[in-house]
Design a protein around this ligand. Structure first.
Ligand code: PLP
Length: 404
């Protein structure tokens, strides 16, 4: 059992008021609030352990390097990766996907080769592939979904051809909350000899992820969505793949030796980490992962699921309510529209009541086209939210509905 009141005290921003109302923060899929422990880690890093990492012989550089490399191990254990060489620090999910799109296409794809993505991808798992399509003439195939917002696994199987080189799909949809059956999807891809990249931006903060049990070839997430700092994230990749892929960016850190004629690249993971890494961010990310681990990801998932059920049940009784995403396996995200009320109007009026929700296309315009709408209102939950907040949210929706 989570002690929600005690947890909330770790998050100073949650006790703020907005428009003279207690803040209700239901925009966790966009970014999460930060516990004191994470903010203090950043402060301590800059005040006490700040020096550029790697290659420094002096005390501070060694201390900073050790903290940074320990953070990598924390991520390794959190994802249950085989080795810390498989953990690449990036700027976030977006950069991780761009890295793979760029390096994988350069290393392993020819014009006409195909990548399979799905209808419910975030733009960051569509546009990087389109950039490569324009540069190298690769093609995209899209897995369709049913009315409940579940991927059509039979159709998925028919998308494979001898030209399929990679599957790249979200573990959890940021709009529908659907938890995709990625283990099964990976098995299907592997049976065709095709590797898989999983966008874990919305899964790692909410459900247990074990990259070895999933047998994912690549897996990505962003620190800021799991109570860590902005500007840093992770790309997990199987060592056998990362070894074979060409580097993404050139510069310091990623080299072993350089002459004007030739450069020998550094070993993993540094081959993919050009330039000074965010060594303060990495330690803050590790602190956030430790925080989540102390609460227990299973306990978090159970509690957030309880919030999801509670909110869904109450919302369904509101007149004119349409919930987008009714998958059997769902995480704590609810996208909805009420009658003909524009999502921006709903979002702005809820904001006047202190309730932060997101409105619009949620960086998933192709999904909106599939749903035949321009956008939704989205409430997304965290372990620090409460049923009482959901009650206030429901009352707020009712108030807005009656105004129209
Ligand atoms: N993928 C999904 C499913 C997301 O929800 C998001 C962010 O909302 C991203 C990728 C991009 O994450 P970031 O902006 O942290 O790189």
């Amino acid at each position: 059992m989570l002690d929600i009141q005690a947890i909330r005290e770790d998050f100073p921003l949650l006790s703020h008021t907005v428009h003279d109302k207690p803040l209700i923060y239901f925009d966790n899929a966009a970014t999460t609030q930060k516990p004191r422990q994470v903010v203090e880690k950043i402060e301590n890093g800059y005040y006490n352990v700040n020096a550029n990492v790697h290659r420094g012989v002096h005390f501070l550089s060694q201390a900073a390097t050790e903290a940074h490399e320990n953070a990598r191990k924390t991520v390794q254990y959190f994802l249950h990766a085989r080795s810390s060489n498989e953990i690449i620090f990036t700027r976030g999910t977006t950069e991780s996907i761009n890295l793979i799109a760029s390096s994988f296409t350069e290393g392993f794809m020819q014009p006409g080769d195909e990548v399979i993505i799905s209808t419910m991808e975030h733009h960051s798992n569509i546009v990087p592939w389109q950039l490569q399509a324009a540069r190298k003439g690769i093609a995209l195939k899209v897995i369709p979904m049913n009315e409940k917002g579940e991927l059509d696994i039979i159709a998925y199987q028919t998308l494979f051809s001898e030209k399929t080189r990679l599957v790249s799909v979200a573990h959890v949809s940021n709009v529908l909350g659907t938890v995709n059956p990625v283990r099964e999807m990976i098995d299907i891809a592997h049976s065709q000899g095709v590797p898989v990249l999983i966008d874990g931006a919305q899964s790692v903060p909410h459900i247990q992820v074990d990259v070895q049990a999933l047998d994912a070839d690549f897996y990505t997430f962003s620190a800021h969505k799991i109570y860590g700092p902005t500007g840093i994230g992770v790309l997990y990749g199987k060592e056998e793949w990362l070894d074979k892929l060409p580097p993404y960016q050139g510069g310091g850190e990623m080299i072993a030796t350089v002459t004007f004629d030739k450069t020998v690249f550094n070993e993993l993971p540094y081959k993919f980490e050009a330039g000074t890494p965010d060594y303060i961010g990495s330690t803050a990310l590790a602190e956030a992962l430790d925080y989540v681990s102390r609460l227990g990801i299973t306990e978090i998932a159970a509690y957030e699921n309880e919030l999801l059920q509670y909110a869904t049940d109450k919302m369904q009784s509101i007149e004119g309510m349409r919930i987008f995403g009714q998958a059997i396996h769902k995480s704590g995200v609810i996208s909805f529209l009420v009658g003909s009320i524009h999502p921006y109007d709903m979002g702005m009026l809820l904001d006047r009541l202190g309730i932060a929700v997101r409105t619009g296309h949620h960086c998933a315009q192709p999904l909106m086209q599939r749903l035949g709408i321009e956008g939704t209102v989205r409430a997304s939950f965290s372990f620090y939210n409460t049923k009482k907040e959901i009650d206030t949210f429901i009352e707020g929706i009712e108030r807005v509905r009656k105004m129209f």
